[in-house]
Design a protein around this ligand. Structure first.
Ligand SMILES: [Cu+2]
Length: 267
């Protein structure tokens, strides 16, 4: 089966894809999972050094020590307890992009509106329900902290595959079963800008120069660099590297796949 692309979110200079890995479980609990109690997910935020494109490290927001933060995998109907330990020197808040927050508006993560900002050293628990399947993401919702690296994927699986139109792709029973298995184990691909400046520095540059400073130094794919061939044989030129629609993205995605699933290539 060819590399399959499911779902796309684009937000500012971010894009989030998922691709399907083979060999996943065909069912993962579905609405029954909600009866087991909430899915607990904790992120620890720190202000650390990061140099994904080499050179001098800059300060960035690390989520459990990395950018992007870990992906949150849920089944449709799950209740979520999302705990934020703020070890940053600044206050913060987390928004769950695309989540409906039906009956839980206080978990929408908008400081000054739905909550007070989470103070340095404090812990805050967001509680919400995964009531629509799809691909979403969590991100900082305070000043420019999203630019400093605070984001991670949310994948909500619909275990009822009966309504999915795999029959439109293939009449072959085995092929459709393989697609259902792959669909049950989606791997997020996060595409984001990387800038040598922190968000505070970028805003100062914009104020000083009276410009909209839209330059980025690199595009990161799952926090890894996409640079010309001296760094990555996947991306022969800078222009191709900077165009998220280019074939470079597909090649880089296949590299990530091969590293994550060495036994299952080609899929
Ligand atoms: Cu958002």
């Amino acid at each position: 089966m060819a590399l399959t692309l499911f779902g796309l979110i684009q937000f500012l200079s971010f894009a989030l894809f998922t691709f399907a890995a083979p060999g996943g479980l065909e069912t993962r609990g579905g609405k029954a999972a909600a009866a087991k109690g909430p899915v607990k997910f904790t992120i620890d935020l720190t202000w650390g050094d990061l140099a994904p494109i080499g050179g001098t490290p800059r300060k960035a927001i690390l989520t459990n020590g990395a950018v992007p933060g870990p992906a949150l995998h849920l089944n449709l109907g799950d209740d979520v307890e999302f705990t934020v330990n703020n070890n940053l020197p600044n206050e913060t808040a987390i928004h769950f992009h695309g989540i409906t927050q039906l009956n839980t508006p206080w978990s929408d993560g908008v400081p000054g509106l739905s909550q007070k900002a989470i103070q340095p050293g404090a812990t805050y628990v967001y509680r919400w329900k995964a009531d629509e399947a799809g691909v979403y993401f969590y991100h900082a919702h305070l000043r420019g902290q999203i630019q400093d690296g605070l984001y991670g994927a949310i994948v909500i699986a619909d275990c009822d595959t009966s309504s999915k139109p795999f029959h439109l792709i293939s009449n072959d029973t085995d092929a459709r079963a393989a697609m259902r298995r792959a669909d049950s184990k989606l791997t997020p691909i996060f595409i984001s800008d990387w800038n040598q400046f922190t968000s505070t520095e970028v805003h100062q540059i914009e104020r000083d120069g009276n410009i909209d400073f839209a330059c980025a130094d690199a595009i990161l794919i799952n926090g890894m660099v996409c640079l010309p061939q001296s760094y990555s044989p996947d991306c022969p030129t800078n222009d191709e590297c900077r165009d998220p629609r280019s074939a470079c993205l597909a090649r880089r995605s296949r590299s990530i796949w091969r590293r994550n699933y060495p036994d299952s290539w080609p899929p």
